[in-house]
Each structure stands twice: as C-alpha cells, then as structure tokens.
Design a protein around this ligand. Structure first.
Ligand code: BES
Ligand code: ZN
Length: 647
C-alpha cells in the first residue's frame, strides 16, 4: 500500500514539525474536490472552481517548466529519475505545494530557489481509486522550485510495457505512455490538470539499441545511442506529456511530416499517411498557422488502447488505422486538428471535454471535405451522428446526454463517448449552417487565435460566441438555442442531421435484401467504400437467419476481413445474431488488438449470453496482461470482473 510506504518515509524525514498542518490540509482535500463551497460562510466569495480531477491548487503555485531526467528500465518495468518543476508562486503566503501522483514511489523531495536546493518535508496522502495520491510538499518562504526523485510502478496506469512478442517485429521490448485524461500523474509527479500549461525538457536513457521519442522536438536523425534529449518550447497541459521507447525507425512523408514505426511497418505507414502534409496545408488555410513545428506520427503496437492520441508534434496512432487503402485516415485529420482544438485551446476541466473533441470532430469533417470531397466527408458525419443516436438512447444519466456533464467524483475516461464528439460537432455544424461557412470558419480561427496556448471553459466559449457571432448578427441564433445545445439532455428539434447519398444507396440495398427482393448474390456493393460497409453492418437488425448470415459471409468473406474497423463491426452484428462461425476469428482478434473502440463492442456483445461471456472471460484471462491498463479496466467492467488490483 502506498499509504504505509509513505508514512514509513515521513517518519524518517527531517521536518516532522510540518506534519500537522499538512495533515490538516490533506484532510481538507477530499472536501474541496467534492465542492464543499456550500459549507463556507455566505460572506466569503465563491472560490474559483477547482479542477475536481486534480489535487493541485494553481492559484497558489502553477508550473512553468518541467525538467525530466528518466532512465527506462525494461527489466523492472519502471521509469526512474527526477522531475524538477519550476513554479510561479501566486500566493506569497503559500506554504504547501500539492502535486498529483498515482502509484509513484517517492525517493526524495527538495525545494529550492535558483540553483540551490534543500531537502524538504513531504507527505503522500492515501490513494484515491480515481485521483491517486496527493503529494504535499512543504515550500519554505521564497522557494519556487521542487525536485522530486521517484520511480514508477510496473502497473502505472499511464504506461504500457510490452514484451518483444507484443510488438510488430518481435525482437525488442516497447514502452509507451497514454496520459489523457489523468494518467500523467502515474509517471510524473505534477499538477495534473489541463488548466495548467508548462514547457518541458527531458533527458531519457534507454537500452542502447532502442530509440526514445516524446511529445516534443524530436531529432529525426538521432543516433540510437541510448541517450536522448527533448525540448518542448510551447506550453502544454500535462495530459499531452508523452513518451515511447522501442526499436523505431523514421521515414519522412513531407518537409514537416513523417512517421516513426517499427521496421516492418514504417513503409506501409508512410504510404498510408502520405496526404498528411496536404491536410496540414488545408488546415492552416482555414484555421491559421500550425504552431508546433513538425507533425510526425508514431505507429504503436496493436495493444494501443485508442485509435489515436494527439500528443503535440507526435501523434500516437494505432496500427489498426493502416488499412492499406487510406480508408481510415480521417484519424490523422482528427489528431492533426487537435493541433488547434485541444492542444492550442484546451478544455480547462474534463467537464468541458467537448471543447476538445466536439471541435476537433468538426475540424476533422472540414479537413476531410477539403482533401477527399463532400461525399466522403458526408459519410464520416453520418456515421458519427448515427452512433450518437444509438448512444443517446442508452445513456441513463440525463446530464451525460448534454455537453456539460458533471464528472466530479467520476473517472473522466468514462465520458469518452459519442456525446462530446458528435453532439459537439453537430452543434458547430448547426452554427455553421446558420452563419455560413466562411463566417463560421473565420469565427473559429479567431477563437483559436485569441485563446492560443490557453485553457478555456464552456462558459468562455458561450461568451465568445455571443460577442463574436450572436450579437453581431442578431436574430440568427438565440442565446436560448445555444443553452439548449449545451445544457439540454434532448437534442434540439432543429438539429441538422447529416445525410449521405452514398448511405441512402446502402439503405436501399439492405432493405431490399432484408425483404427478400434482392438476393445476396445480387447485392450491389462493388463501389462501396469502407464507410458504406460499416454503415451496412451497423444497421443490420437482429433476428437474421443463420442462412442469411452464412450467405453474406460466404459472398463477401466478411469474417476474414482485413480491415480492423470493418471486422469489428461485422463481428458485432454477427454476434448480435448468434452467428457462431465468427468465434475462432474473434478469439485471434481479441488477442491481437487492444484498441478499445474496436474490442469493447465485441466484448459487450459476447457478455450478453452465457456462452459468449464464458468465451470472453477465457480469452480475457489470457490476454488481460497484454492489454493496456486502461483497457484492462474497461473490459473487466464489461465482463463483471474486478478491476486490476491496486498495489
Ligand atoms: N484525445 C483522443 C483520445 C482520448 C480521449 C484518450 C480521452 C483518452 C481520453 C483522441 O484524439 C481521439 O479522439 N481518438 C479517437 C479517434 C478519433 C478519430 C475519434 C479514438 O481513439 O478512437
Ligand atoms: Zn480527439
């Protein structure tokens, strides 16, 4: 237990007098995070709303710069090193700096000013299952720096340590991080809130043959010598801290773009993503200059739990996006778009997640339309809207159907669903339809420019929208309508639901086939895109006969599909219809792939029946250790198994 361990250390620490005020402070922390303001006397001004997912108090100290010195130990599966934080002291009277940690072993803590450091008292609070442990550090007068020596744990929630067998080339181990939403604290002690931004530098030591990369300036020609240095000159929030270490090669795509991947993957990746430079140019033309220098893409091993993660300068991507035909490159458009929506202007708390993802989804559709045309963009939009309709029907907490959920006391990862992404994008599409594309593009550009390198709340956006569009063009959209979009659990009646001719043709084929007017052999699918197929599967009803399923499968070889997204959607539809020939292939799929969007629906469908659940539990028992910690917990929940035991 971290509690016992830290108490042991405190006992031996020199500054015991500080223990009491610290204890008092720490006992207050849970109250603060639960919004204890109603307990305060009415004369006190309401406190600035704190991020309920961080123990840090940025009104006392805020991080300006982080210097990391890490050694990557694949044998022990730990990072070991030092994090030095340079702080801005906003409150001269502040005596305690509180950092976020989760499962870190703290070795020593020093506080200082300028280059001079001295040991200082510290205390690690008991571990909260969602938030981790507050690390309270005594800050003598005038100090504005701390240096924390620490090691991570092998099961750090934000890191995945892979054996050679779990990589593409099977020869070397691999490590990667996933910090969003609140996992940076499991590998760095810091103020883990998107309301705080800082620059960083790092030195990373690895086994000699491996390459380390970070969400920072990477030297694309780095010698693989086991020591790497990074510099991130733009201020970023903690959830964009990222590192990966593996047997990686680099291949340029264009002057500012390239891919990092294992040797056997790098060529296919460069080909798949060859349009990236053009995507950047189109995005810049609409939303203003790309402010991060290079844009590279790192292809991770297949256990990566997301499709992509917008780590600045270096998007992390699942290899499941490399379909061979660019059919899934909207993911690159999406992660690239985050360079404006999210990385440049950041949700200040996770309740405002739609400011990141809804905006990014809107930008994705815009970029896809610019590069691949209106028809393809319409398909992407329609799929998203479709998913949203299904999701809304299933959500029980009304607030979770809105763009302003209350996530205090909950894990922000649980809000990663269609509502912030799709409802958010539909809201912006609605505004675009009312004000016109040119005007709305310019409006968004101004939002990014005026808030660049800052964090924003939903209320900031509402005020900006009012000042820059609503009141300049009165009578077009009312303030009440904006409130409805953001705060009402119902979708507004005048939502502009996207339509796609290509999908209408799929509907016609599917309907004809279901009614028996069109035989399986007659289904006209020759020109169908991946997204049309996806739509075909998504709208397959339950209650199909085994014959119908066998026919479909035989004719189109569906169970053997090599497109990971199509495979997942087909498996789901097949399982919903109790079509058992997919079982053996699903077995392999679930062992190979850890991307949650793809495997979660399969596990959910399996969990529906007793046989399916037993089958799924057997697979999970064996594959669990191969999944990322975040995915492990998500799947355990679906299968009604306990979450990963905490240390
Ligand atoms: N930032 C997200 C991934 C994320 C969100 C990680 C919340 C952890 C917490 C990323 O930009 C994203 O949205 N990825 C999507 C792909 C996208 C095309 C919808 C994904 O991984 O599925
Ligand atoms: Zn995103």
């Amino acid at each position: 237990m971290s509690v016992g361990g830290s108490l042991g250390k405190i006992a031996g620490s020199p500054n015991t007098p500080l223990e009491r005020p610290m204890l008092r402070l720490l006992s207050l922390l849970p109250l603060l995070t639960l919004g204890a303001c109603s307990l305060l006397p009415p004369t006190m001004p309401p406190p600035v709303q704190r991020d309920p997912h961080s123990y840090a108090d940025p009104t006392q100290f805020s991080t300006e710069h982080l210097a990391l010195d890490l050694r990557v130990d694949f044998g022990k599966r730990v990072l070991e090193g030092v994090a030095e934080l340079r702080l801005q002291r906003h409150d001269v009277a502040a005596q305690t700096l509180v950092l976020d940690t989760r499962d870190l072993d703290i070795v020593s803590v020093e506080a200082g000013r300028g280059g001079r450091y001295a040991k200082t008292a510290w205390r690690l609070a008991p571990r909260d299952p969602i938030l981790g442990s507050a690390l309270a550090i005594s800050m003598p007068a005038n100090t504005d720096r701390v240096r924390v020596r620490y090691t991570t744990r092998p099961d750090a929630s934000g890191l995945q340590w892979l054996t050679p067998a779990q990589t593409a080339d099977k020869k070397h181990p691999f490590l990667y991080s996933q910090s969003q939403a609140i996992h940076a604290r499991s590998w760095i002690p810091l103020q883990d809130t998107p309301a705080v931004r800082f620059t960083y530098e790092a030195r990373v030591r690895t086994p000699k043959s491996l390459l380390a990369v970070m969400s920072a300036e990477n030297d694309t020609k780095a010698q693989h010598n086991g020591e790497y240095r990074f510099r991130m000159p733009q201020r970023i929030p903690s959830y964009l801290m990222a590192i990966a270490v593996g047997d990686l090669e680099f291949r340029a795509i264009g002057p500012r773009t390239g891919v990092y991947a294992e040797r056997s993957v790098v060529r296919a990746a460069a080909k798949e993503f060859e349009d990236t430079e053009r995507m950047m140019e189109r995005s810049e033309a609409i939303y203003g200059p790309y402010r991060w220098g290079r844009y590279d893409i790192l292809i991770l091993p297949p256990s990566f739990p997301y499709g992509g993660m917008e780590n600045p300068r270096l998007t992390f991507a699942s290899p499941t996006v490399i379909a061979g035909d660019k059919s899934l490159v909207s993911l690159v458009a999406h992660e690239l778009a985050h360079s404006w929506s999210g990385n440049l202007v950041t949700n200040a708390v996770w309740d405002d997640f739609w400011l990141n993802e809804g905006f990014t989804n809107h930008l994705t559709f815009r970029i896809m339309e610019e590069i691949y045309g209106a028809d393809r963009a319409a398909q992407e939009r329609a799929l998203g809207a479709n998913d949203l309709k299904d999701t809304l029907a299933k959500i029980r907490v009304p607030g979770d159907r809105t763009l302003s959920p209350r996530l205090a006391g909950r894990d922000p990862d649980d809000n990663v669903g269609d509502v912030p992404y799709e409802r958010g994008a539909l809201f912006l599409a609605y505004l675009e339809s009312k004000f016109g594309r040119a005007e709305f593009d310019a409006f968004l550009r101004k939002w990014f420019d005026s808030r660049a390198f800052q964090s924003a709340r939903t209320a900031d956006f509402v005020a900006f929208l009012d000042a820059e569009l609503l009141s300049k063009r009165p009578g077009v959209v009312s303030a009440a309508k904006v409130r409805e979009w953001i705060y009402s659990p119902q979708m507004p009646a005048d939502t502009v639901w996207p339509v796609s001719d290509a999908f209408d043709r799929v509907d016609a084929q599917r309907e004809g086939w279901l009614k028996g007017h069109i035989s399986t052999a007659q289904l006209d699918t020759k020109t169908w895109s991946t997204r049309q197929w996806q739509y075909f599967f998504d709208k397959l009803p339950t209650g199909l006969s085994q014959e119908q399923l066998i026919d479909l499968d035989d004719r189109f070889n569906l169970t053997r599909s090599r497109n990971p997204v199509l495979a997942s959607r087909w498996y789901r539809a097949a399982l919903a219809n109790d079509y058992s020939p997919v079982y053996p292939v699903i077995d392999g799929y679930l062992r190979r792939i850890g991307r949650m969007l793809l495997i979660r629906p399969i596990y959910q469908e399996l969990a529906r029946t007793e046989d399916g659940r037993a089958f799924a539990r057997d697979i999970f028992a064996e594959t669990r250790a191969g999944y990322h910690p975040i995915a492990q917990d998500a799947i355990a929940k679906i299968l009604d198994l306990p979450a990963t035991a905490s240390p």
